[in-house]
Design a protein. Structure first.
Lengths: 346, 575
């Protein structure tokens, strides 16, 4: 149980909001009754007080307030801890609290400190992604401030990417301006070519070419992505890049290249062992179906249908895979019979 | 006596006040008795399961756990299902939620589920990959918790959050229950036939029989609650062949948007034989239900069955023990699989692609509330109930199927074991607002026999493929785009977690981040754009190519390969 206690995240609840300030005190009813005999009175509902009584009340109230401990300011802890709490708030969609925590770190950390830039990035992300009431202008200011505060840091890289991503989901606009978006990604790539943010910007930029479904864009994407893989053979996004190449070849209607890219995407795919739904069943199915119906490559199709059946025996596609295997047997028998009949063989 | 009466009348108000005061004292006293003693830890568990055996099972689990942990007190709280949602919402918002809360479909509106889980529940991912300490000494000692469960805890994994958000404690399935004694009395048979046609004939025979009052016996008790069970197990799976035409995404499932495109593109319509067969079976079976079943509630159908006016009643494992208890001493309950047509059925045989598939449904899941004062104890109790021995005992008392692999279950429940190979539904024509309303209107009229299939098909086909269907389809696309911000928020949160993680957990964090980015951020519009291309083709009058149709290149390559084999003398049969 102690181990479990250490592993559980620090509790937060709406009641733990450090920014909430709730102070209560009891009305001194005895004083109210005594002061009812004073000359100056006013009536408020059924309560009757005199002016001296009211002054007495106010004094008591101030005394009570003096004894109260002010609520702890957000971010009173160490910057690292406050940043972690701020991101926890962000994940819980508590954007106001997240912003207060990020701001507290900005205020507390020195301008050159890593925490300062990290908090500015957090403020940018919160302003950009909060819903309802996004604040795109403020988000841009915060992101640019993060870049300015630590231009060589990872926070600057992620902030530049954040600025680019904002163009992809601008409130009120259904379709992003593809040219502007690609230019924004290029800014990240130029500034941080070997940083993960730069790599991601490259992939997202090429993704805009692939999703356009235009032949010229698809050809450009194939060229760019293939060249990137040659320069970065160990990229952790190898599977994703092959997947984009696969889709581009789909637009170009080159099924053999499309299948080859799909195989590469599968072989380099990262599977999260902690995710029970991250498995290769859908991939095996898709590869098998493509091999069967787009290429007529029945040996490959059979291989992947059998892999699906053996490795994922409870997957809902198992029975359909068996139906597909039977279908291929029938197709082969039909073709064989037709060819034999054509040859005149028995 | 008169004096007493006079006193009562005179002091009536005072007596009422005294009575209320005494009542309040009792209530407070009882409540105080539940409060923890000095140093005692209290864990509250909230659930909606009022079925027979559930409360007894929790009481037993609580007693056993308290015997092992004397400083802990477990207090289960059963809340009626009809008010559970409101109760839970109020409790979590007020910060007074029980330590363990039952979660499931429909508890929170679909569009609020993720926010609810993120804000009010603790993620349990770290514990899903660790051994359950209460499995020590069993075959699951050292085995990660999730691998001890039949579905590897898939049902509790929220992919959008990349977290396990609960622990399931039971599995569920559905079958057809029958009154064995009444069946024998009315038909002379103690076992019903599994063949679809014979089952229909048997039900018609039952329908001809009258009781002592002259009322006809009802072959099958049904209601608006039970009808979806027939849809899931009998009517919908036969539509599976539509997948071969319309699964353009080639993921082995058929989306409602894909079906719309297939209908617009001339690949499918309501005269597609499997679709016609589905509605044919509705017409076969609904006359065997009691009149007005579409407006009746679950309890009304159960009442008919319990009163021995109906022979058959579909039921889930969550209801079976309750039915057995109601029937105890009166009649014997039998369990059978839903009767479905086979490949040799004279009417539907040509379109039957196989038996129906049942997903391994785990449920009865519990989460730890963020506001729990003792989350480690709450989680420990959950582990206790999810252990091999205890989960078997918990479900033995309730009469449900254990979720832990290899756990024993009663012979009655063995018939509920899900079938994990088969065909599944490929029919969903409710795209959005207008189409849902229209479909429900027409489908309801069809179910009660007020319109025939031709009329329903004609009316709906025109509506569905017309401007209103198109509007609903385009709204799905717009909704998908609007939902992308949620992916962006999640990915940004995952990225931050990975950036701030220590060296031990950073790699796992980055893996989750890349997985999510690749799946949801890199090319979210690709599938949509391809669908819009297909829509443009369909609207231009072009017929679309079936999703799994052999392309010309495939046929050429196949023919070339077999010709080469034949030329080499390799005229071997297919593997």
């Amino acid at each position: 149980m102690d181990r479990m206690a250490r592993q559980l995240p620090r509790q937060q609840s709406p009641k733990d909001d450090p920014s909430s300030e709730s102070i209560g005190f009891l009305l001194p009813l005895d004083d109210l009754r005594k002061s009812a005999k004073s000359a100056d009175r006013f009536e408020y509902s059924r309560l009757s007080v005199s002016v001296p009584g009211l002054i007495r009340l106010l004094c008591l109230g101030l005394l009570a307030l003096a004894g109260c401990r002010p609520a702890a300011a957000p971010g009173a802890g160490a910057p690292a801890e406050t940043l972690a709490l701020a991101w926890e708030d962000f994940r819980m969609a508590e954007y106001n609290r997240a912003a207060r925590r990020f701001q507290a770190v900005v205020d507390a950390a020195g301008a050159g400190e890593d925490a300062h830039a990290a908090a500015l990035y957090g403020l940018g992300a919160t302003a950009a992604l909060r819903r309802p009431d996004p604040e795109p202008e403020r988000a841009r200011e915060f992101y640019e401030a993060a870049v300015g505060a630590a231009p060589e840091s990872g926070w600057a890289a992620w902030s530049l990417l954040g600025l680019a991503r904002m163009l992809d989901f601008e409130p009120g606009s259904e379709e992003p301006d593809a040219a502007k978006l690609r230019a924004a990604y290029q800014r990240v790539i130029d500034a941080f070519p070997e940083h993960p943010a730069g790599e991601e910007a490259f992939i997202l930029q090429q993704g805009t070419l692939v999703v356009s479904l235009e032949e010229n864009d698809a050809r450009q994407a194939v060229e760019n992505l293939t060249a990137y893989l040659a320069r970065h053979p160990g990229s952790k996004y190898t599977s994703t890049i092959h997947g984009l190449v696969q889709d581009a070849y789909g637009t170009l209607e080159e099924p053999e290249h499309q299948f080859e890219a799909a195989l590469q995407a599968m072989e380099h795919r990262e599977l999260d062992p902690a995710n029970p739904k991250a498995d290769l069943a859908p991939t095996y199915w898709s590869l098998a179906a493509f091999a069967e119906t787009n290429l007529g490559d029945f040996p490959s199709a059979r291989k992947f249908y059998h892999l699906l059946i053996e490795e994922y025996p409870t997957d809902q596609r198992v029975y359909p895979a068996k139906l597909a295997l039977a279908r291929m047997d029938r197709m082969e028998a039909e073709v064989r019979a037709r060819l034999l009949a054509r040859k005149g063989a028995p | 006596m008169g004096r007493i009466f006079s006193l009562l009348r005179r002091y009536y108000p005072l007596l009422v006040v005294l009575g209320a005061y005494v009542g309040a004292l009792v209530a407070v006293g009882l409540n105080r008795a539940e409060q923890p003693g000095e140093g005692q830890i209290v864990i509250r568990l909230g659930h909606w399961q009022l079925e027979t055996g559930v409360r007894e099972a929790f009481d037993r689990m609580a007693a056993d756990y308290e015997a092992l942990h004397p400083g802990v007190r477990i207090i289960p709280q059963a809340i009626p299902e009809s008010t559970y949602k409101q109760w839970l919402s109020t409790q979590v918002i007020g910060g007074t939620a029980p330590d363990l809360v039952e979660i499931g479909r429909g508890v929170v509106p679909a569009n609020l589920v993720l926010a609810f889980q993120t804000r009010y529940l603790l993620p349990l991912t770290a514990f899903a990959s660790q051994p359950n300490p209460y499995n020590a000494g069993t075959e699951f000692e050292g085995v990660p918790l999730r691998l001890t469960m039949k579905d590897a805890m898939r049902s509790a994994y929220v992919e959008t959050l990349q977290e396990y958000m609960g622990v399931p404690l039971a599995q569920f399935s559905m079958r057809l229950c029958y009154n064995r004694d009444l069946l024998e009395k009315l038909t002379g048979r103690s076992e019903p036939p599994s063949d679809y046609r014979e089952f229909l004939a048997l039900c018609r025979e039952i329908q001809q029989r009258m009781d002592e009052t002259g009322r006809s016996y009802i072959p099958i008790a049904s209601s608006k609650y039970h009808f979806p069970m027939w849809e899931a197990r009998v009517f919908d799976p036969i539509t599976f062949p539509a997948l071969w035409e319309a699964d353009f995404g080639r993921d082995g499932t058929l989306g409602k948007d894909e079906l719309f495109l297939a209908m617009k593109g001339g690949l499918l319509d309501f005269h597609f034989p499997p679709f016609a067969a589905r509605f044919g079976m509705v017409r076969d079976l609904t006359p065997l239900f009691q009149t007005g079943f579409t407006g009746l509630t679950r309890d009304e159908a159960v009442f008919l069955f319990a009163q021995q006016q109906a022979v058959f009643l579909p039921a889930g494992t969550w209801d079976v023990l309750s039915l057995v208890e109601q029937a105890r001493g009166k009649f014997e309950i039998g369990i059978m699989d839903f009767p479905v047509p086979g490949p040799d059925d004279p009417v539907y045989g040509k379109v039957v692609a196989g038996p129906y598939y049942e997903e391994s449904m785990s449920g009865f899941a519990f989460s730890v509330a963020r506001t729990s004062r003792h989350p480690e104890v709450a989680l420990d109790f959950l582990m206790f109930m999810a252990s091999r021995e205890r989960n078997e005992e918990l479900n033995r008392i309730i009469g449900w199927i254990p979720v832990v692999r290899g756990a024993a279950m009663s012979p009655l429940l063995r018939k509920f074991e899900p079938r994990l190979e088969g065909i599944y539904k490929a029919f969903d024509v409710s795209l959005g607002g207008d189409t849902i309303v229209k479909w429900e209107q027409l489908d309801s009229l069809y179910q009660v026999g007020q319109i025939d299939y031709e009329q329903m098909a004609a009316d709906y086909q025109a509506f569905y493929t017309g401007p209103k269907g198109l509007r609903d389809f385009l709204e799905i696309k717009r909704d998908s785009k609007r939902g992308r911000i949620r992916n962006e928020q999640l990915v940004t949160g995952l990225r931050a977690r990975a950036l701030l993680a220590d060296s031990a957990t950073a790699e796992g964090g980055w893996l989750k981040y890349r997985t999510m980015t690749a799946g949801r951020i890199v090319k979210p519009d690709l599938g949509q754009n391809r669908q819009m291309q297909m829509l443009a083709q369909a609207e231009a009058g072009e017929k679309l190519t079936g999703a799994y149709a052999y392309r010309p290149l495939a046929r050429e390559n196949l023919e070339r390969r077999i010709a080469a084999e034949l030329a080499k003398g390799e005229a071997k049969p297919a593997p």
